[in-house]
Design a protein around this ligand. Structure first.
Ligand SMILES: *Cc1c(COP(=O)(O)O)cnc(C)c1O
Length: 358
């Protein structure tokens, strides 16, 4: 069997690379598609729900798929430094791939709005991290301006190479299932990922690798749902910091993905996100960061609204894939805050037995 060497090697013929491209890879991609029996059961006996667990990428989020292409192309084009704005995961990924590829990495983040694990990653990989007194949208505007005036490559998802790399997640899903899913659920922040998945599915369809396209079901957080509302949000709010974005860069492309696929983009509340977050960790054994749980929160919301009712209990199997974008360890503080703290008791066997209710 051929060894796995990352998404560029695996899907080279679908990507804008040549034999001259210096590939910078951390063996990203090839993440598991985990069958979720309890979520499936909640929908109906003919439903099969799978979790695309992107938290198992090398830096713990799907951003690595795009970053391997963006960083490799930046090197091919002679760049010495890259820059990004980030709600956390882009900076973690950019910092790691820059370290591997010997590039300088500059990161602009909104002060106090980055989960602890992500900040730790950017710092330990030696990125130059600057926090601004402002939000992600302002940070993105600043790095865009800098990249237009200084010799640094922008590696946010407005960089088309990011989208190219991220579309490989669709390829993996189709290759694994032998078909496209009927529905694909994912969280929507800056909207690069929904753009990338839809592009991937369409390309596989054009190459006759799949016979049908999925409906794209995107979910924003209620306090930062510009696409749902139809206008930019000045002060986006949500506990799901990775999708706390008021003016998505790929807004138009996300709307196209929604409309072309006859899907939808809806909003879920922080309470719904936290409840799905706990369901995933406690019933399916999969620990994700809050933003990732928006996929499942959205799926449960649609189910409760009767969205799937005319597909239920038919002979036809309905396949749903939910992308879980990032690992739960990214944001340990949220986990600790959202559950009861463990009791502290005296160091005796009998007390521990009593307290544990064995
Ligand atoms: C970046 C990110 C998102 C949002 O993806 P977009 O491409 O910005 O829509 C969601 N979840 C996690 C964990 C992320 O890192």
């Amino acid at each position: 069997m051929k060894r796995y060497n990352g998404v560029i090697e695996r899907y080279r013929k679908y990507l804008p690379v040549s034999s001259k491209t210096p590939v910078v890879s951390l063996h990203e991609g090839n993440t598991p598609l985990i069958f979720a029996p309890k979520i499936s059961g909640a929908l109906g006996s003919n439903f099969k729900v799978y979790l695309k667990y992107e938290g198992l990428n090398p830096t713990g989020s799907f951003k690595d798929r795009g970053m391997t292409v963006a960083i490799s192309k930046a090197k091919e084009q002679g760049a010495r430094a890259v820059i990004c704005a980030s709600t956390g995961n882009t900076s973690a990924s950019a910092a790691a791939f820059s370290a591997k590829g010997n590039l300088k990495c500059l990161v602009v983040i909104p002060e106090g709005a980055i989960a602890l694990g992500k900040l730790a990653q950017a710092l330990i990989h030696n990125a130059r991290v600057i926090a601004i007194r402002g939000n992600f949208d302002q940070a993105l505007k600043i790095v865009l301006e800098i990249s237009q005036n200084y010799p640094v490559k922008l590696v946010n998802s407005i960089n088309p190479f990011r989208i190219e790399g991220q579309k490989t997640a669709s390829f993996e899903i189709c290759d694994y299932l032998g078909r496209a899913p009927d529905f694909h659920c994912l969280p929507v922040g800056n909207a690069g990922n929904i753009t990338a998945y839809w592009k991937g599915y369409k390309e596989y369809y054009c190459h006759r690798k799949i016979k049908q396209l999925p409906k794209m079901l995107g979910f924003q957080a209620k306090g930062s749902a510009p696409i749902v509302k139809g206008y930019a949000i000045k002060n986006p709010k949500t506990i799901a910091t990775a999708i706390k974005i008021g003016n998505p860069a790929s807004w138009k492309q996300a709307v196209s993905a929604r409309d072309e696929s006859k899907g939808l983009i809806k909003a879920v509340s922080d309470a719904q996100i936290l409840s799905a977050y706990k369901f995933l960790s406690q019933k399916e054994g999969v620990f994700v960061e809050p933003a990732s749980a928006a996929s499942i929160a959205g799926l449960f919301m649609l189910e409760s609204e009767g969205f799937f009712s005319n597909l239920k209990n038919k002979r036809k199997e309905i396949v749903i894939v939910c992308t879980l974008t990032g690992h739960g360890l990214k944001d340990p503080q949220i986990a600790i805050k959202s559950i009861k703290h463990p009791p502290v008791v005296e160091a005796s066997t009998s007390t521990v037995v009593k307290t544990a209710r064995i």
